[in-house]
Design a protein around this ligand. Sequence first.
Ligand SMILES: [Zn+2]
Length: 55
Amino acid sequence: MDTKGIDTSITYEYSEYPDVKAGRCDNCGHTLFKSSVGKGNFLRECRNCGMKKNI
Ligand SMILES: [Zn+2]
């Protein structure tokens, strides 16, 4: 898997880590995400590498 080595055990905040390329995973560039809503946040998880970000 070709990734940038981003820690996928952490949930990132979009306000602090905006998408490098809109709609693409910062870590691996994948475009498919698993989304869930919780605690007022919209959590986006990459289906490829598992990177998580609150949108
Ligand atoms: Zn990814």
